[in-house]
Design a protein around this ligand. Structure first.
Ligand SMILES: Cc1cc2nc3c(=O)[nH]c(=O)nc-3n(C[C@H](O)[C@H](O)[C@H](O)COP(=O)(O)OP(=O)(O)OC[C@H]3O[C@@H](n4cnc5c(N)ncnc54)[C@H](O)[C@@H]3O)c2cc1C
Length: 457
């Protein structure tokens, strides 16, 4: 077996792994990145980027449909599935090429192959052994299903949904979380009949209730159907359709069933436990610095329990590379990581919900302000409704920012700065927002919470 020595060995070239590789190489480390498929991982090839390309095509279709409302004559003739596919694949291919070039330019060794963690901070790939002073585990996640519900045929997960060569005429989506509502939004814009089945009482159930209810209203207006609060019982398929039955006996039939019930950590059969790494329900157990219990072994990204988001992977990869280089990097609380669901309308949040703030500080110590986007000029111009809700401690800092409306994902960075810097609305209110922008809606809330509302009561 050939032995290769590096400062840092990284297993998995997705968001978490490649961010760690780039930062470590910037810090002068000799790095090897082991990837069995394509660098960029889920996010670039099967997640964030291709789904956002689909959502953009969906937005264009909606704009064409509603063109007459702004005095533009246009007719939507059809959605060309092959055309959408080639647009989407073109974006992914460009980003992939760019990433490969970046890794090469940084002098990072990329090894193509399936790696397995072995003893003494090493990873084996076939007959080669890569030994590091440190090893970062970044093997990512896979689409989960429910017991007895096998992916196959007309029962698909997000990977198969992206690979579909047709626009389905009807779809049932199991799961009203981020992946479920994004696909619901795309397929509805492409003309499909869509029904979401969510066992919890609301869509996007982890969000502030104001956003969940607002999204439900908006989806209802768009003709997206949903069943809330009843659990899935079974799914049966034949050559032409799949029928989903819920525990209350209701059933829905469609061309496809998309299973979007979450993602599990890809940690099985990779030698992790044999090397002394402890797992909890499959997730790698780490401390707040992302150290596993084994000296020199670290973990980042979706295999670490918490928000499964690409930018969390980037952040963790960078932080681990810096810690390995001896820098002091404080842990970032999960609540300070911005969350965006890119359906139409978009859902974006950072910090804690009003309900969580009340549980933490008490009802008398929390103030929340909800601003209806109907009052915002730019939102009116682009034809979106929605809400901006800010939660603060009474006479204290902003602890949560919750947004609903088309394009509001772009506004969440300001919310993140407010929450992470523990800003008081009084600090932000004097920093005037450009007119007419959607960001003014956030400005209005800070003004209102500072006791001087402008376009609000
Ligand atoms: C449909 C969908 C949409 C999404 N949209 C968004 C979004 O809009 N925004 C967002 O922030 N997040 C989004 N995500 C989540 C995001 O993709 C993940 O959080 C992110 O990719 C996690 O990065 P990671 O590095 O932990 O894992 P991954 O990106 O999964 O990368 C892990 C890599 O490790 C490789 N690997 C695994 N085992 C081995 C092995 N034994 N040997 C060698 N290589 C191995 C895999 O091939 C893979 O390339 C989405 C996910 C999905 C599925």
């Amino acid at each position: 077996m050939a032995v290769h020595e590096f400062d840092l060995v990284i297993l998995g070239g997705g968001s978490g792994g490649y961010a760690a590789a780039i930062r470590a190489s910037e810090l002068g480390k000799k790095v090897v990145l082991i990837e069995k498929d394509k660098v960029g991982g889920t996010c670039l090839h099967r997640g964030c980027i291709p789904t956002k390309a689909l959502l953009h095509a969906a937005e264009v279709a909606d704009h064409v449909r509603s063109a007459a409302s702004v005095g533009v004559t246009a007719t939507l003739e059809a959605i060309d599935a092959a055309g959408v596919r080639s647009y989407r694949e073109g974006i992914v291919a460009k980003k992939f090429k760019g990433l490969e070039g970046l890794l090469k330019a940084r002098g990072i060794t990329v090894v193509a192959g399936e790696g397995r963690l072995a003893a003494n901070r090493s990873v084996t790939v076939g007959d080669d052994r890569y030994v590091g002073a440190d090893v970062v585990l970044a093997t990512g996640s896979y689409s989960r299903s429910l017991p007895g519900l096998e992916i196959g045929g007309r029962i698909i997960a997000s990977e198969q949904a992206l690979a579909l060569d047709e626009i389905p005429s009807s779809v049932v989506i199991l799961g009203g979380g981020v992946i479920g509502v994004e696909f619901a939004s795309v397929w509805r814009s492409f003309g499909a009949e869509v029904t979401i089945v969510e066992a919890l009482p609301h869509l996007v159930p982890n969000e502030d209730i104001a956003l969940s209810k607002g999204l439900e209203r908006a989806f209802r207006r768009r003709g997206i159907k949903y069943s809330l609060g009843t659990r899935f019982q079974k799914a049966e398929q034949d050559d032409s359709q799949v029928t989903v039955t819920l525990e209350d006996g209701k059933s829905f039939s469609a061309d496809y069933l998309l299973v979007a019930v979450g993602r599990g950590p890809a940690t099985a059969d990779l030698g992790f436990e044999e090397a002394g790494v402890s797992l909890d329900r499959g997730f790698v157990t780490v401390d707040d610095q992302l150290r596993t219990g084994v000296p020199g072994l670290w973990a980042v990204g979706d295999i670490v329990a918490g928000l499964q988001l690409a930018h969390r992977g980037f952040l963790q990869g960078i932080a681990v590379a810096e810690r390995i280089a001896g820098m002091q990097v404080p842990a970032l609380p999960e609540s300070q990581i911005p969350r965006v669901t890119y359906c139409s309308p978009e859902v974006a949040s950072v910090g804690i919900t009003e309900e969580a703030a009340i549980a933490e500080y008490g009802a008398d110590a929390v103030v929340a302000y909800d601003y209806n986007l109907a009052g915002n000029g730019k939102s009116e111009i682009i034809g979106t409704g929605g809400t901006v809700k800010v939660v603060r401690q009474k006479d204290g800092p902003v602890v949560g920012v919750h947004l609903l409306g088309d394009r509001v994902g772009e506004l969440i960075t300001e919310g993140q700065l407010a929450v992470a810097w523990e800003a008081h609305p009084e600090d932000i209110a004097p920093l005037i927002h450009a007119h007419p922008t959607q960001s003014e809606a956030l400005g209005e809330v800070f003004l209102a919470l500072a006791g001087k509302p402008l376009h609000a009561l």
